[in-house]
Design a protein. Structure first.
Length: 358
């Protein structure tokens, strides 16, 4: 998480992860979810906060989920079903179930198929927001597999030189196991920055960086400034000169893998709810797992040991900062903005839920 999005230390309220998990579980159960489903949803949501992915944690997402439940937009008791099925692949209908629950279910399906066939892949349609993509990809790690997950995010991103959105925020996550080093876990939207980070910037009253958003006509804003009214998101890269065609092409690919494979349309032609795509690769189908993980350790260690440039303290790879953040936050608590704690006070009082966050 970029420094501009961190809650200032002098106002941060630190909460134990287990207390936040229990509170979120209670809230989800009040929304009509079963205990098991609420427990899984809470696990996914608090995972983001523990690893410093505030854009997809309780601060940004929980109140939106509560609003969606209250509007009837999320089915609290879904009955997902397989629509098309082959040995290593399937199409799953989520029945408008919460992505924090049906997403892990679909990734489990991919993992089970990969155990038998070397690779497993699931496209899931008619779903809802599934939280941090890294959680789902990371489920493969405990099975000595490589995991990949993606989802169709909000339709907010303009193509290169385009004046209106044609694809979603569309995050992609990849998780690769190691032995002793932090696992390689990449998770990023194919927009210049996660859309939820714009909400964070507005909450924290900080400007956004050049190349993140457009004005209301789709013109890229290439200087640091406050979020304008009617903005759109730019693709990863921000401008053509900085490679925005790469982010745009990957964002379009996610629309294809999730929407078109799910028979629910892509971009402005989407039908129904959110679509996801999951893949699990069984490393043993390709190479010896112990050698692979040993080679990963060597490679990750070499990357983080790269001499840094002048002005930089060290070199990171994807997943390493979050790994270190998790150690810190499990020990000392998750830092939350006071406004978030105030929201919890209101919602727990409204729903008659035990207060644990102090």
């Amino acid at each position: 998480m970029l420094e501009r999005f961190h809650v200032p230390n002098d106002i941060a309220v630190k909460i134990k992860p287990e207390d936040m998990h229990a509170t979120v579980l209670d809230i989800f159960m009040k929304m009509g979810m079963s205990h098991d489903d609420a427990n899984k949803a809470s696990e996914v949501l608090v995972y983001a906060d523990v690893r410093g992915i505030e854009s997809h944690g309780v601060s940004n997402m929980l109140r939106r989920y509560v609003e969606a439940f209250n509007k009837g937009d999320i089915n609290p008791t879904p009955k997902p079903k397989i629509i098309r099925d082959m040995p290593a692949a399937a199409l799953l209908d989520c029945d408008d179930g919460h992505g924090l629950v049906v997403g892990p279910m679909a990734m489990d399906m991919a993992i089970e198929r990969a155990k038998k066939y070397g690779i497993g892949t699931i496209t899931a349609r008619n779903g809802k927001h599934f939280g941090a993509a890294a959680f789902h990809a990371g489920m493969a790690l405990d099975h000595d597999m490589i995991g990949l997950s993606m989802t169709t995010g909000g339709m907010q991103v303009v193509p290169v030189d385009g004046s209106k959105p044609m694809f979603g925020l569309n995050p992609i996550a990849i998780a690769v196991p190691t032995n002793t080093e932090a696992p390689f876990i990449f998770d990023a939207s194919m927009s210049s920055v996660a859309g939820n980070k714009i909400a964070l910037a507005q909450r924290l009253n900080v400007p956004v960086a050049p190349g993140w958003v457009t004005d209301s006509s789709g013109n890229p804003i290439l200087e640091e400034k406050e979020v304008p009214e009617g903005y759109f998101m730019l693709p990863t890269g921000g401008s053509r000169e900085n490679g925005s065609h790469k982010g745009a092409s990957l964002g379009i690919w996610v629309e294809i893998m999730c929407g078109l494979l799910g028979s629910t349309g892509a971009g402005p032609n989407r039908e129904g709810s959110v679509s996801h795509h999951f893949i699990a690769y069984n490393i043993e189908a390709f190479t010896d797992i112990d050698k692979f993980k040993s080679d990963m350790d060597q490679y990750m260690n070499e990357i983080k040991s790269t001499p840094p440039i002048e002005g930089a303290s060290r070199v990171f790879y994807a997943g390493l900062p979050e790994y270190e953040e998790e150690i810190e936050r499990r020990k000392n608590g998750i830092p939350y903005h006071p406004e978030v704690i105030d929201w919890f006070k209101d919602i727990t009082n409204e729903l008659s839920i035990k207060w644990r966050l102090s």
